[in-house]
Ligand binder design. Structure first.
Ligand SMILES: Nc1ncnc2c1ncn2[C@@H]1O[C@H](COP(=O)(O)OP(=O)(O)OP(=O)(O)O)[C@@H](O)[C@H]1O
Ligand SMILES: [Mg+2]
Length: 469
């Protein structure tokens, strides 16, 4: 169970914090002075620390530095009053995880804690490279000993110690995130932050400020300066997931980071130098995105210099044996179940299938089999596959069609679902508008009438779906 240590001299606040967190299933501990807090960190090794910047016995920043020195991978969330925002930002620049304002917004606070727990886990549990699978060591591992995966391991070994930007390509569920963490763990920056930003999970309007931060007064609601994820990763590594989905408007700022190692906060006047290593991943066809103008060509060339491509599972079926063995061991251990093993027939069945959702899908199938298992080795009928193609590709964008397939199989990353839902609605809306324009011979007033929408709305849709031909 994840343990959160709260260091705050305000007893009432510290305890109510602890209560909220324990209701969410965390184990909590409280300390009311800085020195008590430092002691508790050393003794109890919490997963995350929440630290008030104002403490009676020593400065919060000082407490942070002591903790950070001893446990550089322990995420520390700073609690600050609006008046000490600058101090909190100073702490972030020295490696604190994030900061939250007093008085708290509970959902926001919980979200930051959750992110800190995940970040802490990523940073402190290295990904082993263990081609032969064998027994689950308690740590996540990249397994698979076929020649294509051996190439991937070699590439990880070669690129990790450099500061080179790395682009990881591969279909959904092939292990891009795992590979990015292995690169981080084996890099010279393994003691520094590893910050993950998922370009599809964050709405376009927020992504820019999430990445680059903003200055006070830049937009309504920007009451205080905010540092972005890139600054939070100073000295460390930023993992930009789904970079193929990064909106064009942000791509140029991002390119500048890669070329000049500097960023500008929104509304900021001066560039800020930042030393971060970028690892990016995508399952998109970037070449097609460049061709249709949704991905900048210069950024594409800059990113692809060091590319690591993870082949889909159907092209490396030789890895299935060790993967199944490893997943059985790992998942049964994680769910505290006995590992029943698998029969040769069932194993054979896993090799007859193409795994469109790759290792994530394989892992889900095994998980399900374990949950329903009564102790006997897994039989072919315990391996439930979704073989029917459920969506005709028709007109739908290939990538969207692929994601729909994954979704209905329960193997689409939850973060992608909302976005995909919108894409599907867009797709249907585009068909409707196109049809209405066809039967009205392009007469927009009539088309708008048929659809029961206003002309400006119709114009917006025509622009959005590029139907103006
Ligand atoms: N080579 C491997 N050995 C063991 N487990 C793996 C391997 N590759 C992937 N996995 C497991 O498969 C799951 C999916 O991996 P991951 O999240 O890294 O994929 P991804 O390529 O980032 O997928 P998506 O594009 O959907 O985000 C994870 O549970 C991961 O631990
Ligand atoms: Mg991923």
């Amino acid at each position: 169970m994840n343990q959160i240590l709260i260091i705050d001299d305000d007893q009432q606040l510290g305890l109510s914090f602890a209560k909220i967190l324990s209701q969410e299933g965390y184990k909590t501990a409280n300390a009311f002075t800085g020195s008590e807090g430092i002691e508790s960190v050393k003794r109890n090794r919490p997963n995350v620390v929440i630290l008030d910047i104002r403490l009676p016995d020593m400065g919060g920043l000082e407490v942070f530095e002591v903790i950070h020195e001893v446990f550089p991978k322990l995420p520390v969330i700073i609690i600050t009053a609006y008046s000490s925002t600058e101090t909190a930002i100073g702490a972030i620049q020295r490696g604190a995880f994030d900061y939250i304002y007093k008085p708290f917004d509970v959902p926001e606070m919980l979200l930051v804690v959750e992110k800190a727990v995940v970040a802490g886990r990523c940073m402190s549990s290295p990904v082993d490279v263990n081609p032969d699978g064998e027994i689950f060591s308690g740590r996540e591992a990249l397994v698979g000993s076929g020649s294509s995966m051996l190439e991937v391991y070699k590439a990880i070994g070669r690129v990790s110690p450099t500061d080179a930007t790395v682009l990881i390509r591969g279909e959904s569920g092939t292990g891009k995130e795992l590979v990015s963490r292995a690169i981080y763990n084996h890099s010279n920056r393994a003691d520094k932050p590893f910050v993950v930003v998922n370009c599809v999970a964050i709405p376009e309007t927020l992504l820019e400020s999430e990445l680059f931060g903003y200055e006070k007064g830049t937009f309504t609601g920007a009451m205080h300066r905010r540092v972005g994820k890139i600054e939070q990763a100073r000295g460390g590594t930023v993992f930009l997931d789904e970079i193929g989905d990064m909106p064009l408007s942000i791509q140029s700022k991002f390119l500048r980071l890669l070329q000049e190692n500097s960023i500008e906060r929104l509304g900021g006047k001066d560039p800020i130098d930042v030393d971060v290593r970028v690892v990016a991943a995508t399952n998109r066809d970037l070449e097609a995105a460049v061709a249709d103008g949704t991905f900048r060509e210069d950024l594409y060339y800059r990113l692809r210099v060091v590319t690591l491509t993870i082949p889909p599972l159907r092209e490396r079926k030789e890895d299935i044996d060790v993967l199944v063995e490893y997943l059985l061991a790992r998942l049964s251990s994680e769910m505290s179940l006995n590992n029943p093993g698998i029969t040769a027939e069932a194993l054979n069945k896993t090799k007859q299938y193409d795994w469109p959702g790759n290792i994530r899908e394989l892992s889900n199938v095994i998980k399900k089999a374990l949950i329903f298992n009564r102790g006997a080795p897994l039989q072919p009928e315990d391996i439930t596959l979704n073989q029917e193609r459920s969506v005709p590709n028709g007109d739908v964008d290939q990538a969207v069609a692929g994601d729909i397939q994954l979704w209905v199989r329960g193997v689409l990353h939850s973060e992608k679902q909302e976005k995909l839902f919108d894409s599907c609605l867009d797709h249907v809306a585009a068909l409707l508008v196109r049809e209405a324009l066809v039967i009205t011979h392009g007469n927009r007033s009539n088309a708008a009438k048929i659809l029961g929408i206003s002309r400006p709305t119709l114009h917006a849709k025509i622009d959005k779906y590029k139907l103006d031909t």
